[in-house]
Design a binder for this molecule. Structure first.
Ligand SMILES: *Cc1c(COP(=O)(O)O)cnc(C)c1O
Ligand code: SF4
Length: 466
């Protein structure tokens, strides 16, 4: 080796090495370590005199959740303009999803600028932002019902199943993939019912028991936050007792939208921790999968809640959805994954937004995801770097966004294969039409071209044209 190319270590005045290629960052830029603290909720007129003990009470959070425009107006009062309220009222009336927002989230919205606010965008529809649904959208776009051997159990992959224990949630998200089942009927959608029901559950457990290849069970909903503590225990024990079940995940958006429960619902937390510990003694993994979406949802309350689970030995991973105007910028996504990692929540997946009724304004193009992934990877530990996936409509399951066979940026059609689900099938994802170039929008505007657009994409994929 030529001695001249050896790195030269310089020392500063106090004898510490200075690495000229890696100058220290300005500590002021480490914003992911700052967690909003203090009585921030008192900015909202309705919560002006709510003390900390009340705000931390999960029952108060649930009771005070906003489900109607009237309640929203009562809560925010003169913080917002008449125009915004009229727009929200019209949005509520047109939304396929039920609306339910916790006081916690409501108090984190910047009401000076509600249109651009990332939390408002996820939970409160406004009429003026709504776009026409994509023509290729159908209500159960992931074919969860088609792949269901028993009601509420989806068996798509060889060794794992998705069990929908119930159909309610602590909040309702505008972008919910399960809007075919979750929430109460709306003017737009009559829902499939998946109630917390032992008979239905027993059928699912019997199926899992009958299939020795199943090692992995996702328990979702709705949201397991809504399960009573004793139901959590029953489901947990029943599944752990199936010999071939090795891994379980409880899926809940709760920590992101109502962290209070983890601090004040001791019966529920105890039930969760008991199942996790019982699993550990049996050498089986039981974890929590949650669903944070934006750094603004993460406060000192979230940090305390996540610290509590961590100290109890509960692993928490995060699956978020890529959303336009919410987390589709490099700066937000970097801040977000660093903040999650800082409180020991492992960023696991970022999903492309599914084709969901009434949420077209939330979707981004695949091109956005491809670029974001490139910019994000390397910013922190690999195990805290999410995989960007697309859950291809038609039941192909999750695919790495980069693994497309073909992607036409003009028509916004991408084509995937999924050898472990169906080796012969092609699965298509569709970019939102309003984000396409003029020529692509024109083609979708002509209904007669739709079949051709799809056939052309599949032919290109067969030909190996990326
Ligand atoms: C997401 C999902 C799973 C779990 O998949 P992972 O990639 O292991 O997180 C299992 N079954 C269905 C139907 C799913 O949608
Ligand atoms: S919490 Fe999950 S299941 Fe419930 S509405 Fe939101 S996205 Fe849908």
């Amino acid at each position: 080796m030529d001695g001249q190319s050896l790195p030269i270590v310089k020392l500063d005045a106090s004898g510490h090495p200075v690495h000229p290629r890696k100058p220290p960052v300005d500590p002021a830029t480490l914003v992911h370590r700052e967690f909003l603290d203090g009585p921030f909720w008192q900015r909202i007129p309705a919560y002006k005199s709510v003390d900390e003990a009340t705000f931390l009470d999960h029952r108060w959070q649930a009771k005070k959740s906003i489900t109607q425009p009237k309640k929203l107006i009562e809560a925010v009062q003169d913080l917002v303009s008449e125009e915004f309220l009229a727009d929200a009222r019209a949005g509520f009336a047109r939304a396929p999803m039920s609306v339910r927002v916790s006081p916690y989230l409501l108090s984190l919205v910047d009401w000076q600028n509600p249109y651009d606010d990332p939390i408002r965008r996820q939970f409160l529809p406004v009429r003026s932002h709504m776009l026409a649904d994509h023509p290729k959208l159908d209500l159960d776009s992931l074919h969860e019902q088609a792949d269901a051997p028993t009601e509420g159990l989806t068996h798509r992959y060889p060794d794992k199943v998705l069990f929908l224990a119930l159909d309610t949630c602590p909040v309702y998200c505008r972008f919910c993939t399960r809007s075919y089942a979750v929430g109460i009927n709306t003017e737009e959608v009559e829902k499939v019912s998946l109630k917390a029901n032992r008979m239905r559950w027993d059928q699912a457990f019997a199926y899992i028991e009958s299939r020795p290849e199943i090692e992995d069970v996702v328990i979702s909903g709705g949201d397991v936050y809504q399960l009573r503590a004793e139901h959590l225990t029953d489901i947990g024990h029943r599944l752990l007792d199936i010999k071939h079940v090795r891994r379980m995940r409880f899926a809940t958006k709760g920590p992101a939208v109502m962290p209070q429960k983890l601090l004040t619902d001791d019966a529920w937390v105890r039930a969760l921790v008991e199942v996790v510990e019982r699993g550990r003694r049996m050498c089986k993994e039981v974890v929590v999968h949650t669903h944070f979406t934006h750094p603004n949802e993460i406060t000192a309350i979230s940090k305390r809640a996540m610290d509590r689970l961590f100290q109890f030995g509960v692993i928490v991973r995060n699956q978020s959805v890529l959303q336009r105007g919410v987390n589709d910028s490099v700066a937000v996504m970097k801040h977000f994954i660093k903040k999650l990692s800082y409180m020991n929540v492992q960023p696991y997946y970022v999903y492309m937004h599914d084709l969901v009724k009434g949420a077209e304004d939330m979707r981004t193009t695949l091109a956005v995801a491809l670029d974001l992934e490139k910019q994000i990877r390397g910013v922190t530990a690999g195990f805290n770097t999410p995989t960007f996936v697309v859950d291809a409509p038609g039941g192909g399951g999750k695919r790495d966004v980069h693994s497309f066979e073909h992607y036409n940026r003009e028509t916004g059609v991408s084509v995937y294969r999924s050898p472990n689900v169906d080796p012969d099938a092609f699965y298509l994802y569709f970019d939102p039409i309003d984000q396409l170039p003029e020529s692509g929008r024109a083609r979708w505007a002509d209904k007669a071209q739709h079949d051709g657009i799809l056939e052309e994409a599949i032919a290109a994929a067969r030909d190996g044209q990326r």
